[in-house]
Design a protein around this ligand. Structure first.
Ligand code: C2E
Ligand code: MG
Ligand code: MG
Ligand code: MG
Length: 276
């Protein structure tokens, strides 16, 4: 009985793996068509200044609705887009759309609203990235100081010298750079001193376990303090509960983002004047 159970499990795993590979191939196939047909749109999630309760800006998050399989979350297709060399084309559209929307919103609100855009390391290191930003800024009239580029720790595996030069150049333009999902990847402390990040986003996994796990709370509190000493602003991601919000304010975290404040929504549903 023991043996057959074990075999059954192997068969089960193999089946699951095959399914996953098939799904991936299927998504890959659909993604090529989606890029051709422009089947993407953006959601925006507010980033709130915790000291004033004012919305300081938004993070742009890509959405893909496939008429065949429905909504496909970005985590399920960004990696494939990177493998297939489609990511640059997709993100050029994201940058164009997000900057144009937020330039328009800023004009309506008569204040500078920021826009944070996630950029793949492959796009960031590409030759065309800075040209694209410059072109979009000039076409949309958005000020470079309203633009934040979110990079994950994955980018740090690339050539350090090239990276540093590019970051410096962006900084000289006035563009800000955030390190996203902080704490989940390579997380070596020396990179926050070696590279000049303007913003650090504490990953939602820390924020969400902060109340139940004392060690995580100590980590969050001290990441905030460390960043402030290095003149880096901190954004806490994934705030879902009032208690998390209060704790983060108490720790002097600069900005917050999460379902408790607002889920990511379409441009038409934005309420930039809302006070928290
Ligand atoms: P991210 O940049 O860390 O974005 C935050 C993710 O957390 C988003 O998931 C957002 O919907 C979700 N989130 C926000 N608040 C909460 C909360 O309170 N609780 C929980 N559980 N989740 C929350 P989403 O939209 O599915 O995006 C997932 C990831 O996909 C993003 O993580 C980002 O890494 C990537 N992504 C999205 N758009 C782009 C893009 O244009 N380019 C690239 N390279 N990556 C993108
Ligand atoms: Mg992000
Ligand atoms: Mg993140
Ligand atoms: Mg993430």
């Amino acid at each position: 009985a023991k043996v057959s159970k074990k075999n059954a499990r192997i068969v089960f795993y193999q089946g699951a793996l095959d399914k996953e590979i098939n799904d991936r191939d299927h998504i890959r196939h659909l993604l090529f068509q989606a890029v051709k047909d422009h089947d993407f749109f953006l959601n925006y999630q507010p980033i709130v200044d915790l000291s004033t309760g004012v919305i300081s800006g938004y993070e742009a998050l890509i959405r893909w609705y496939s008429s065949e399989i429905g909504f496909v979350p970005p985590d399920a297709f960004i990696g494939i887009a990177e493998e297939e060399g489609m990511i640059i084309r997709i993100e050029e559209w994201v940058i164009q759309q997000a900057c144009s929307d937020i330039a328009r919103l800023s004009e309506c609100e008569s204040r500078a609203i920021n826009i944070a855009i996630n950029v793949s390391y492959l796009h960031f290191i590409s030759e065309t990235f800075i040209e694209t930003l410059k072109r979009v800024l000039s076409e949309t009239g958005l000020s470079a100081s309203q633009l934040e580029i979110e990079l994950t720790e994955r980018v740090l595996a690339e050539d350090g010298h090239q990276l540093e030069m590019k970051m410096r150049y962006l900084k000289s333009m006035g563009v800000k750079i955030s390190i996203d999902d902080f704490g989940t990847g390579y997380s070596a402390l020396n990179y926050i001193k070696d590279f000049s990040f303007d913003l650090l986003k504490i990953d939602k996994s820390f924020v969400q376990s902060m109340l139940s796990n004392d060690k995580n709370q100590v980590l969050v509190k001290n990441i905030i303090r460390l960043a402030q000493d290095l003149d880096i602003r901190v954004i806490a991601e994934g705030i879902e509960q009032q208690e998390q919000y209060q704790k983060l304010k108490q720790f002097n975290c600069d900005y917050g983002q999460g379902y408790m404040l607002s889920k990511p929504v379409r441009y038409e549903a934005l309420e930039p004047g809302k006070q928290f």
